[in-house]
Write a protein that binds this ligand. Structure first.
Ligand code: F6R
Length: 609
């Protein structure tokens, strides 16, 4: 999705902004642009200089002239919503006089209506974007200050935005505003940064201020102030970003996906750290904001997330139901928010999100809050919109995830759900011995993940063997089904091989018709009470000449190949069984020569509807 980066200070701004844009590349984009304020000469105010390009940041870089000096600027990576990817539609957008430039993330819902009005008043548009509407509205305001012009224009638009504005008549400042799309200020020594994502800032400063919805800020080189879109001053104290700048580097791996898969033992160690309470065979979750009495009063748990986070939520729901004996289910937040669901005061809602920005999840949380529900977050990015909107929750502590597809964050999210389930269980009726058993299981996870990572050469060979499949089936039963769903999503996202996931129990109700030698099946076969049933499903596939790759705790006779993973407690086994399938998807995509970190058509954070 779109990215914003801006700088005001004393350094040469263009290289800084281009580097910031490169750090935002992982979010997915199709064009980029940069505008800077040149030096004023005598009484002539500094003119704006702009370059835009369809394509990658390197295409933009190639167009930036040698002499492109300035110390203030804003830049953008665009992910097309209104109008195709093109130089014209790329941001920044300028007013016809070339005095004002704007970058925008989000969507202006009433853009068509406003555009028609402006056209009727004689305004000529240079692009098809909704953003240009806002540019003209600000430029046409006659208010005295830039802040007031921006404010007036924002009152005319409906929709979501994170914006940064530059004006040659007010060259000492950048004005920014946020409503539904993140804006983070980076506070430096006599220099200020702004970005839509801390990834673009952390190499320069780790002191940040995250704007709230409805908040604006004026950045000058040596100072900043924040205020609401109504003009009331707000107080904002900088916080320190936990993540190191190096966590955004590739660290010797060929891709971020590979790096992130291999970081999982340490990531899981982090999500467990300081949370296990051996004395009471439970876990401590500091930020939950749910006392024992409230936890006991919960009658139902509803988990909401999208994509991979939804799959983590499906496993989480099973863990909560099994360990805490509270009816629990997960639903895609993107569906939930559109179906006017019954919001029940005795239900605990849990919003899951790696980025903490996914618009569908955020909108579901806001709708729930409006209806008085209690909503917890299971979120990776500290201080993100969803983390801030929720009443409490569990941070996932996976560290930054740069690859578009989620791997380490999925695993850590499921572990975080394991902690939540154990916590709720021990408050309700999970025994001390079960508590101990699960704690031991949790502690074993990092080492067992290391063992799985050592299987990479074997999994790579299998991936090369299966990479010619046109389509693949993934099956699992009960705890294995969400693992199958996630593994199939991972494969299709990065290899573009069509994949279907089904509960193994549903095979004979339809999908068995698809089975033939050209459609291999990946079967999740844990050693649990359903082992025999899973073997029967494999038997049915074999009888139709289907090839089978099993992920299991022991060699499976019916399978053509088995990836044997270490056994943990049954409730925690799904955490481990997904990992070899991340590696399988990775090597399949590699064998097919795909752009693994940036799969086609996808973006890292889906901050629009
Ligand atoms: C898949 C993937 C997506 C995200 C989904 C939700 O690999 O990464 O399906 O899981 O877009 O994103 P978050 O977790 O940031 O809310």
């Amino acid at each position: 999705m779109c990215g914003i980066v801006g700088y005001i200070g004393r350094r040469d701004v263009a290289p800084l902004l281009l580097e910031g844009l490169q750090r935002l590349e992982y979010r997915g984009y199709d064009s980029a642009g940069i505008v800077i304020t040149g030096k004023p000469s005598g009484k002539t105010p500094a003119a704006l200089k702009m370059v835009k390009a369809k394509g990658r940041v390197r295409d933009l870089e190639a167009r930036v002239p040698k002499r492109f000096a300035g110390t203030t600027g804003i830049a953008h990576t665009r992910w097309a919503t209104h109008g195709a990817p093109s130089d014209e539609n790329a941001h920044p957008h300028m007013d016809p006089e070339g005095k004002l430039a704007l970058v925008h993330n989000g969507i202006i819902d009433n853009a068509d209506e406003l555009r028609a009005k402006l056209v009727a008043e004689g305004v000529e548009f240079a692009s098809e974007t909704d953003t240009e509407v806002l540019t003209h509205l600000i430029a046409r305001s006659e208010a005295e200050t830039l802040e007031e012009r921006v404010r007036q224009a924002l009152h005319l638009i409906e929709g979501t935005y994170g914006i940064a504005v530059l004006h040659s008549d007010f060259a000492d400042r950048i004005v920014v505003a946020r409503n539904g799309s993140p804006v983070v200020l980076g506070i430096g020594e006599k220099e200020m940064f702004v970005a839509s994502d801390v990834a673009a800032l952390v190499t320069h400063t780790r002191q940040v201020v995250t704007l709230d919805d409805g908040e604006m800020a004026t950045l000058k080189a040596d100072d900043f102030r924040t205020y609401t879109t109504e003009g009331t001053r707000t107080t904002a104290s900088p916080t320190t970003v936990e993540w190191e700048a190096e966590s955004y580097d590739m660290g010797g791996h060929d891709t971020y996906m590979h790096k992130e898969i291999s970081e999982q033992p340490d990531a899981v160690d982090r999500v467990l750290r300081g949370r296990i309470d051996d004395r009471f065979s439970t876990v401590r979750l500091g930020g939950l904001n749910l006392d024992a009495r409230e936890a006991r009063a919960v009658r139902r748990v509803k988990i909401l997330g999208c994509g991979t986070s939804y799959h983590a939520g499906l496993i989480g729901a099973q863990m909560i139901e099994e360990l805490a004996r509270i009816p629990a289910d997960a639903e895609p937040a993107s569906e939930f928010r559109y179906r006017n669901p019954v919001v029940d005061p005795d239900t605990l809602y849990v919003a899951v999100s790696q980025s903490g920005e996914t618009y569908d999840v955020l909108a579901a949380v806001q709708e729930l809050k409006r209806k008085g529900a209690r909503v917890l977050g299971v979120v990776n990015v500290v201080g993100s919109a969803i983390a801030r909107e929720t009443d409490g929750g569990v941070y996932v502590h996976a560290g930054p995830e740069v690859c578009v597809v989620s791997t380490k964050c999925f695993t850590n999210t499921v572990v975080a759900f394991g902690l939540l389930a154990l916590h709720l269980g021990r408050i309700r009726d999970l025994s001390v011995s079960d508590g101990k058993r699960l704690i031991e299981g949790l502690r074993k996870l990092p080492e067992q993940i290391r063992e799985i990572l050592e299987l990479e050469p074997e999994i790579k060979k299998l991936a090369e063997e299966y990479a010619n499949a046109k389509s693949m089936m993934f099956i699992g039963r009960v705890r294995g089904y969400p693992v199958a769903l996630e593994a199939s999503l991972k494969l299709k996202e990065i290899s573009y091989i069509h994949a279907e996931a089904y509960p193994a129990s549903e095979l004979k109700h339809g999908p068995l018709a698809l089975i033939e030698p050209a459609m291999p099946t990946v079967a999740i076969v844990p050693n649990d009470d359903l082992l025999e049933k899973n073997r029967a499903a494999m038997e049915e596939i074999k009888a139709r000449s289907g090839r089978i790759l099993a992920v299991a705790h022991q060699e499976q006779e019916k399978a053509d190949h088995t990836i044997v993973v270490p056994k943990n407690e049954v409730e925690l086994d799904p955490i481990l069984m997904g990992i070899p399938l991340q590696i399988l998807a990775y090597h399949t995509a590699l064998a097919l020569g795909r752009d693994i970190d940036k799969p086609r058509n996808l973006a890292k954070s889906v901050t629009v509807e």
